[in-house]
Design a protein around this ligand. Structure first.
Ligand SMILES: [Zn+2]
Length: 194
């Protein structure tokens, strides 16, 4: 509990703390029911009680249930059940894209980028696809050229931007610089190779 008491000013922290409390309540309810109800009813009951509703992003199709987000094609079968109570929402990842509010910025630059553009793009897209499979909120937001030999890629979160930068560095060497805690975005990764 000491951790939670330090979080009241942080809305995200408070929301997590609330979710944590609910999860505990639900576990209790579930345990209680396990004893008193026949096995057949348990699964559907648990579905309704643990989940206030299954949220589906109307933009990318991501599904929120069991306190996490799934890519539309990886959501548990319960999400498709006719009994499921589905609610249309905009997922946090799509909200960030709409608001142009990146969690990370990767800047790739140098002559090497021009000469190996296609390979580097393939690598970036592969990493992006891999990340979305695990967490659909983690994705590339925009890719923009900034002059002849510079590409600026924004991502929804600070982990993906580092993975992208490190993947390029691992594959093609060059120089990498990772800066945390900037004024505008949490993480900036700069990669350069002449
Ligand atoms: Zn979405």
């Amino acid at each position: 509990m000491p951790n939670q008491s330090r979080l009241p000013n942080n809305t995200k922290g408070a929301a997590n703390a609330r979710r944590g409390a609910n999860a505990t309540d639900n576990r209790f309810t579930h345990t209680h029911r396990k004893i008193s109800e026949p096995a057949g009813d348990r699964i559907s009951d648990r579905g309704r009680d643990d989940l206030p509703g299954i949220e589906v992003c109307k933009n990318c199709g991501a599904v929120h249930m069991n306190d996490r987000w799934y890519r539309h094609d990886k959501a548990p079968a319960e999400a498709q059940s006719p009994d499921a109570h589905r609610v249309d929402v905009i997922c946090p990842g799509c909200k960030q894209v709409q608001d142009h509010n990146p969690g990370g910025v990767l800047t790739l630059s140098g002559q090497f980028l021009i000469e190996h553009n296609e390979e580097i793009m393939n690598l970036i897209q592969h990493e992006d696809e891999k990340a979305r499979g695990v967490n659909p909120l983690e994705k590339i937001m925009e890719m923009n050229k900034d002059g002849e030999d510079t590409l600026v890629i924004t991502t929804t979160n600070e982990f993906l931007v580092q993975r992208l930068g490190k993947a390029v560095h691992r594959a093609y060497n060059g120089d990498i610089e990772i800066k945390f805690g900037g004024d505008d975005v949490p993480v900036r990764v700069n990669w350069h190779r002449d």
